[in-house]
Design a protein around this ligand. Sequence first.
Ligand code: SF4
Length: 521
Amino acid sequence: MQFISRRKKLIANHQAELYGHCLQFYGQPPLENISLSEFETFAVERLKLLKTVENLGVSYVKISEQYTKKLEVEIKNLNFPYRTEADDGKSQSGPSEYEKRRKDHISHFILRLAYCQTEDLRRWFIQQEVDLFRYRFSDLPAKYKSEFLHRNNLQYDTIGADEKKSLVDKLVNSSYAVSGITVEDQDFYRVPFQDALDLVRTRKVYLKAGYAYIPHQEIVSIVLNDFRTRLSKALALTARSLPAVQSDERLQPLLNHLSHAYVGQDYSIQKSVGKISLEQIDGLAAKSYPLCMRQLHQALRENHHLRHGGRMQYGLYLKGIGLTLDQALQFWRSEFVKGKVDADKFDKAYAYSVRHMFGKEGKRTDYTPYSCMKVILSNPPSQGDHHGCPFRHSDPELLKQKLQAYKVSPTGISQILELVKGMHFQLACQKYFELTHNVEDAGFSLSHPNQYFIESQKLLGGGKEIKREADPPQRGQDPPQKGQENSSPRGAAVTGETPAQQPVQDVAEMTEDLDSFFQDA
Ligand code: SF4
């Protein structure tokens, strides 16, 4: 008993120390127990925030007025700490501010676990966390900035009054944030130039004998460097402890899912089931498919075969846009028999897996179409494969040729390639959408190939291309079977409904199970 109360006290002291400031360096991991549902909620909400940071970072100049306004709104909506509430965590805003800081802390560490697994994931996570940190630090009042530096032992050397006096002209001339009037009142830090490369590159500081002289307003650059280095080391360390975490069967699927997470709608079931005829598919592919699916469709038509990864990615997408099981069987069979597979072989080797995809075989799981994150981050294509995301997996030259073939303008191609270079694959795809649909702003944040299709259909006239008919009794859509696992609500129709956001699906768990049923014949 004594031990328990001492531990509680220890945790309480630890938290008071950790949450005394609205911003942290995430040096100490959380020690308390939390429920699995809180674990998931925190992680998903931080992921949403980081996705917003990513989208805004490409659409606006970082720290511009629009950027900060939009980010501020998202931070408030998701209940993360915001600078106007910067206090000791309790005195002004009560425990809710304390809760926000706790959430900020715990959610950061959960995503560290999920995003330490590969180089790509680490890079993405560091970039978004650094951008978020930049915004939050820059937005702090000066008093809180100094307090933050002090709390985290970030003691950069300030120069003395004499040295400042002797360098006054140089300091004023080298930094537009400093004038002859203000130079007296502000601190200047002397740091090795390699710690301030951002400022050196943009010529914002005075350089002398290998040192950069940094005015207080620009100290964010140094703090960010420090934050980035610490986070990068911490992720490498976390990756080493992964085997222990992965042996926990409650956490492993959750973490795997988070790293491929897509925090939007579930596209597994459409109200438009049966409203697409097989004859319409070629037309829809040309007008409303994202590049990944257009490429798969074209490869299927040309080779009359797709390998395992392609069948999975395209098959689930087709189900998501509204093909019934019977149509899907007919579609795949008619194409495969044009190649080296006869009808008998198709029925033996492939039909089972199509039925499985629709939840009619095996565990009867109603499988979810892949999100962009899943396509981009898992199972990269190798020679002879056509699956994956062309913005992520195609050689830039090849991508350029594809875009030219699809009549994207040279300026548009340059814009897309620039986004690809910056590793903003979904934004590159969104740009492709804008260019091919002749709109300035897509008006949505792309996270799923089926979302691309729905948005395209909305734009092209509310899904007029899709056959209008009363909902037929769904052949191949039997009533839910005993043991059928997808209990998620219905997704949006092609006709343009905007659904409420659905809870995140355990995509990894579902699709991994399905993977084992698909073997290349
Ligand atoms: Fe497909 Fe998404 Fe890549 Fe676009 S960004 S091509 S929708 S995976």
